[in-house]
Each structure stands twice: as structure tokens, then as C-alpha cells.
Design a protein around this ligand. Structure first.
Ligand code: ZN
Length: 109
């Protein structure tokens, strides 16, 4: 698989997004994922087939704080040395990414 291949994206169908009971934010999935005062959106999944997946879920916590949960699964390079080097690369990239997206949270629109 080419690492530069298009990333596949999957999110909630717009027709399903309109169907939710009262009391939930308009972006909330309003299903079994909500509970104990927490609301969760339908996850958005980015996939590079056979290589990696990123799943983002918007969350409104019971304390009113809004955040995104991000789960990542990346296939590591084969062999222990290559896997360790790959992990180092991932860590460096994620640190830079984290710093960039945290900066964005202070941008006002
Ligand atoms: Zn909800």
C-alpha cells in the first residue's frame, strides 16, 4: 500500500444525523453512547487500508467540557528495530500534531 494513497473517510449519513431525541446537542448520535450526562457524536473514521485508522469522536462531558477523543491504530514496521524506529517517528509526529491542534483551540471565529 502506498503511504500517500487517499485516506478513506466515513461519517454519519446526513439523514441519520437529523433523527435525535430532545435534550441532545444537534451533533449528538443520541444512542447508547450517551449516558451519565455525557453526549457523544457518531465517530468519524479515517482509514489508510491495511496501514492505519484514526477514529475521532466529539464528546460533551457531564461537566460541560467539550473535547474530541482520538483513537489511532497504526501497523508498525516489521522487525523489532524497524518497529522501534517507526514508534519514534510516530511519537515525534504526534507531538508536533498535538502542539498544532492545541494552538487551534485558542483561535476565535
Ligand atoms: Zn446525546
Amino acid at each position: 500500500m502506498n503511504a500517500l494513497a487517499p485516506i478513506r473517510h466515513r461519517s454519519l449519513h446526513p439523514r441519520l444525523a437529523r433523527r435525535r431525541p430532545a435534550g441532545h446537542p444537534d451533533w449528538c448520535a443520541a444512542d447508547h453512547r450517551c449516558g451519565l450526562g455525557e453526549h457523544r457524536a457518531e465517530p468519524v473514521t479515517l482509514t489508510v487500508p491495511g496501514r492505519g485508522v484514526v477514529v475521532l469522536t466529539r464528546v460533551l462531558a457531564a461537566d460541560g467540557r467539550q473535547h474530541v477523543e482520538i483513537r489511532t491504530d497504526v501497523a508498525l514496521a516489521a522487525g523489532d528495530g524497524a518497529a522501534r524506529a517507526h514508534l519514534t517517528h510516530i511519537l515525534i509526529e504526534l507531538e508536533g500534531h498535538l502542539r498544532r491542534v492545541v494552538r487551534q483551540s485558542h483561535v476565535r471565529t
